[in-house]
Design a protein around this ligand. Structure first.
Ligand code: GLC
Length: 429
C-alpha cells in the first residue's frame, strides 16, 4: 500500500472508531474511552479536523473525578464483551462510570501542541477552559501518587502505567496476596491470541489490587497508604514532568502567574526526585518498588523518555545513546518495550518486548529536541516500516515486524498521521 493509501486508511480507522466525540482504541477488545489513547488520538484528528481533536480531550475530561483524577477508562455505555466492567471496579468518584485509577498524563503536552498548530483561532480559548482541570489532575498526581513528595510518580496498579504486563511489575505483583476476587471470566483472550496477553496469575493479582482499593472506597489518600501495589514508574514520572513543563508554557500564555509559580515548584521537585530512579549499574532510570524499596533490573522503552522529560545531562544522554545502539544490534525494529538482552524479554507478549508506535513517537521527540536527529529519524523510519509491513496493529514484533494484539488500532493510526507517515514528513519539510 502507498503512503497516501495508508494515510487514507489511518483516517478511516479514526472515523470508524469514533463513537460520536470520543474514540475507542479498537472495536471488540477495547470498547470504551481510554485516557491516553484518546489524547494521542486527538493528535491524529488534528491533522484533518481540529475541532474534533479538541472534542476528544474535552469528552475525556467530562469524566474527571471530584478529587481531580482523570480515570483510565470511561464506561460511557455498557458493553458485556469487556471485563472488568463498571460493577467490578465499584467506583463512585465522578460523573461517568469509570475505572478507579488514572493513566499517563499526556494531555497537557498534547493540548499545548494543539494550541501551537491551531489555524482556527479558537485553540487558546479551548485550552483556557481545560486549564483548571489540567491543574487539578496534576495536583492529584502529586498528592496521591507521590504522597511523600519524593519527586517520582508511583502507580497503584500495573494498568495505571499504561504498560500492563511490563516485567518491571513482576516482583511487586507477586507480593500481592490474591484475595476477594471470586470466580471471573476474562474476555480479552476471546478477542486475541492468549499467547500475546497476560497470564492468569497476573490477572488474579490485577483483580486483587482492585478489590483492595474497592475495600477502602477508592479514597485516594487511603489507596496511596494501603494499596498492596505502589511502584514508582519512570514512564509516568517522565510523562508527568514533560506535561508539567508544557502546562507551565500554557499558564504563561494564559497569564496565570500564581499557577505558573506553583508548576515551577512541581518541576523542581520532579527534577530532583527522578534521580532516585537512576540505576547506577544499568545507567538508566528504572522502576522502584516503594513497598520493598527495591529497584527493578531492566531497561524499558520508557527509560528512553528522559530527554523527552528534559532530563538530558551528559551522563544520561550518553548512556541512553549507548543502550539505544546496543539494542539496535539485537533487534531489527526499535524500540522494544523491554531490553531484548533481559531474561524477561518476549517479542510478542504485549509490554514484554513488542514495539508500540506512540512510545516511539515520544522517545523520538525527546531525542530530536536534544539534537539527536539521527536516532529520532531511526525511530520514525522503523515505525513507518512496521505499519507498512503489518498495518495499524496494536503493537509489533521488534524482530519480524509482525503485527499483534488488536487490529485497526486508533493510536497507531493517529501516530502514523501526526508523525510516522512519509507524507507528513514531506509536508513538514
Ligand atoms: C492496554 C494498554 C494500555 C491502553 C489500553 C487501550 O491496556 O496496555 O496502555 O491504554 O490497552 O488501548
Amino acid at each position: 500500500m502507498s503512503s497516501a493509501d495508508l494515510d487514507q486508511t489511518a483516517k478511516s480507522i479514526l472515523i470508524e472508531n469514533d463513537q460520536g466525540g470520543y474514540t475507542v482504541p479498537t472495536k471488540g477488545l477495547y470498547p470504551y474511552q481510554w485516557n491516553w489513547d484518546s489524547v494521542f488520538v486527538a493528535l491524529g484528528f488534528a491533522t484533518f479536523d481540529q475541532d474534533r481533536a479538541w472534542r476528544e480531550i474535552e469528552m475525556l475530561f467530562e469524566g474527571q473525578w471530584r478529587d481531580g483524577m482523570v480515570p483510565h477508562i470511561l464506561f460511557r455505555k455498557d458493553d458485556p464483551s469487556y471485563f472488568p466492567g463498571p460493577s467490578v471496579w465499584g467506583t463512585d468518584g465522578g460523573p461517568i462510570p469509570s475505572s478507579g485509577h488514572s493513566q499517563p498524563p499526556v494531555a497537557a503536552t498534547v493540548i499545548s501542541d494543539l494550541v501551537d498548530s491551531d489555524t482556527s483561532g479558537k485553540a487558546l480559548g479551548r485550552a483556557a477552559a481545560l486549564f483548571p482541570s489540567l491543574m487539578n489532575w496534576h495536583r492529584w498526581f502529586l498528592a496521591y501518587r507521590d504522597p511523600e513528595a519524593k519527586g517520582a510518580m508511583s502507580v497503584i496498579h500495573p494498568w495505571e502505567s499504561g504498560r500492563d504486563n511490563l516485567p518491571d511489575w513482576d516482583d511487586a505483583l507477586r507480593a500481592v496476596v490474591v484475595k476477594d476476587i471470586g470466580p471471573y471470566e476474562r474476555k480479552d483472550t476471546s478477542h486475541v491470541d492468549p499467547a500475546m496477553r497476560p497470564h492468569k496469575e497476573d490477572y488474579d493479582r490485577y483483580l486483587s489490587i482492585m478489590a483492595a482499593c474497592r475495600n477502602v472506597g477508592w479514597d485516594p489518600a487511603e489507596v496511596a497508604r494501603t494499596c498492596p501495589f505502589f511502584v514508582a514508574d519512570p514512564g509516568v514520572t517522565f510523562i508527568f514532568l514533560r506535561a508539567s513543563r508544557d502546562l507551565l508554557t500554557l499558564a504563561e500564555k494564559l497569564g496565570k502567574d500564581a499557577e505558573a509559580d506553583e508548576i515551577k515548584g512541581w518541576i523542581n521537585r520532579m527534577e530532583t526526585g527522578v534521580k532516585s530512579l537512576w540505576h547506577d549499574g544499568l545507567k538508566a532510570h528504572v522502576a522502584l518498588d516503594r513497598r520493598s524499596g527495591k529497584h527493578t533490573d531492566g531497561i524499558s522503552s520508557m527509560s528512553f523518555l528522559a530527554p523527552y522529560a528534559g532530563i538530558a545531562d551528559q551522563e544520561t544522554l550518553e548512556s541512553l545513546q549507548g543502550h539505544f545502539d546496543r539494542i539496535a544490534e539485537k533487534v531489527r525494529y526499535l524500540m522494544p518495550s523491554y531490553d531484548p538482552e533481559h531474561t524477561s524479554y518476549e517479542p510478542l507478549r504485549y509490554w514484554r518486548g513488542p514495539v508500540w508506535a506512540m512510545v516511539n513517537y515520544m522517545i523520538a521527540r525527546g531525542f530530536a529536541e536534544v539534537g539527536d536527529s539521527a536516532r529520532a529519524e531511526r525511530l520514525r523510519n522503523d515505525t513507518a516500516s512496521l505499519v507498512e509491513a503489518s498495518g495499524f496493529a496494536e503493537y509489533f514484533s521488534p524482530e519480524t515486524a509482525a503485527g499483534a494484539g488488536g487490529g485497526t488500532f486508533s493510536w497507531t493510526a493517529a501516530i502514523w498521521l501526526t508523525w510516522a507517515s512519509p507524507t507528513h514528513v514531506e509536508q513538514a519539510a
